[in-house]
Design a binder for this molecule. Structure first.
Ligand SMILES: [Zn+2]
Length: 469
């Protein structure tokens, strides 16, 4: 029993099984006071509470942190926008999102970060943090972006595709210098690791030859492009002493490259995404995503790496487009990116046995590690006294089906349309407030801006939360 010194609780979650990275704890209650966790222990020992939620038969996990979403603001709200994206997140059991900076304009200066924050304020259903973007021209902005509270900085080593919202990679000289700057600041660099020259050379060849199917897309971005970028990023990071994170690892070879860089002493974390686990060699052009979805052997290797801890976390890489942008006769006219923030958790819950993952593993991969990697733990990603009262309540037996009507994103297309399974979030609680329950949003958007703190002492929260962004 851990308990705050005195007083009444605002909310008590009781009757459920609490799950943390250390195990499953049946009949364990949690009390909330002023948005924070005030007591954890046996139900009969909880302080008297204002509201009691009986969660018998359900599991309570630390609020899910999706560390990789593209809500497309500013400049591309026609594809999503923060209200729709964060509403989908809350319905999917996600309590905090970290939003990517490849918007229009990109989040590459302090001024643009501040404008983005102002634009989002009061419109997010879930807590949110932002990445800054590294370009070829903004080395001088990195310290300011850090001071303004970005959780990390993102860099495209290869252009995702040619089109709006797809920045060109900085040169190696800028990348190496940026890593030295970020090392001094203590900020982690998130890398889209694909070799730009290999891809543009092959894309040029396939397009010239008139190849326009999924095969041409997949072959133009082979695992060697991913592996080379991971090795180069690792080499630079080692030299600069910079912490780096490899986004959306898609292949067995890339996973091995991550493991090898770590063995060399590089502080390298890495993620994969549900679509790389759940699909293999898709033929529909709408499944275009970067890096591409590979073989079932790759999917199996990724699941094993998640189970064994070689990959640190699962993120959705929620990257919506308008439905028409996903539908074209040529692969080169289909915009790359898939949605996933609303369905990531239920997909993992349903498939956990086939992936060899326990519920404790899912907590590690979707709550604890995303919070650790991006400097938000222990305030987020765990159930600790004084931490944010963010919880996802799940029913492991709840049947679900993905339907157009159930999708909260602006686009009603999803790679998972028609999929069915068991195990789903039934309540999303953020800062002690019930934000979603039984598939419905409750109240109004009250998500808070989360910025990485500048202290980082052990046992103390490394983040600051402000009510007023
Ligand atoms: Zn992305």
């Amino acid at each position: 029993m851990i308990r705050a010194p005195s007083g009444h609780a605002d909310l008590v979650l009781t009757g459920g099984t609490l799950v943390t990275i250390s195990g499953e704890w049946p009949r364990t209650a949690v009390a909330v006071k002023d948005g924070l966790i005030a007591a954890i222990g046996r139900p009969e020992l909880m302080p008297p509470g204002g509201e009691t939620l009986d969660l018998s038969g359900l599991h309570i996990i630390p609020g899910v942190v999706d560390a990789h979403v593209h809500f497309r603001e500013p400049g591309m709200s026609s594809k999503e926008g923060f209200e729709a994206g964060s509403g989908a997140a809350a319905l999917g059991g996600v309590t905090c999102v970290l939003d990517m900076p490849n918007t229009m304009p990109p989040t590459d200066t302090v001024e643009r970060l501040s404008a983005k924050k102002d634009g989002i304020a009061g419109r997010s259903w879930v807590d949110y943090g932002c990445y800054g973007l590294l370009t070829g021209e903004n080395l001088g902005e990195l310290a300011g972006l850090h001071a303004a509270g970005v959780v990390g900085v993102k860099c495209f080593m290869g252009q995702s595709e040619s089109g709006p919202g797809c920045p060109l990679p900085p040169g190696d000289g800028v990348l190496l210098e940026a890593m030295a700057v970020l090392a001094r600041l203590g900020l982690r660099l998130a890398v889209h690791a694909e070799n730009h020259d290999i891809m543009s050379h092959r894309i040029g060849q396939y397009r010239a030859a008139g190849a326009a199917g999924m095969w041409a897309h997949t072959s133009s971005r082979p695992p060697i492009a991913e592996v080379e970028a991971i090795q180069r990023a690792g080499l630079f990071a080692m030299h600069a002493g910079c912490k780096i994170h490899i986004l959306h690892v898609s292949s067995a070879q890339a996973t091995e490259a991550v493991v090898a860089q770590r063995a060399h002493g590089v502080d390298m974390t890495a993620e994969t995404c549900p679509h790389y686990l759940l699909f293999a060699e898709p033929s529909q052009l709408s499944m275009r995503v970067n890096p591409p979805i590979r073989t079932s052997a790759d999917s199996q290797a990724l699941a094993s790496a998640l189970r064994d801890g070689y990959l640190d976390l699962v993120s959705s890489d929620h990257a919506p487009h308008q439905e028409a942008e996903k539908d074209a006769a040529s692969i080169w006219d289909v915009r790359a990116g898939l949605t996933g923030v609303q369905h990531m958790l239920q997909l993992l819950l349903d498939r956990r046995a086939s992936f060899g993952l326990s519920l404790t593993d899912i907590v590690r991969l979707t709550s604890y590690q995303p919070a650790r990697v991006w400097g938000l733990w222990p305030r987020k990603g765990d159930v600790v006294l004084g931490g944010d009262a963010d919880f996802t309540v799940v029913d492991l037996n709840r049947p679900w089906a993905v339907t157009r009507e159930g999708i909260y994103s602006r686009s009603q297309w999803s790679p998972y349309l028609g999929w069915r399974g068991h195990g789903a979030p039934v309540a999303t609680i953020i800062g002690g407030q019930i934000v979603a329950r039984e598939g419905r949003l409750i109240g109004s958007p009250r998500g808070r801006w989360i910025c990485r703190g500048r202290s980082g002492q052990v046992g103390e929260s490394a983040i600051a939360v402000t009510e007023d962004p």
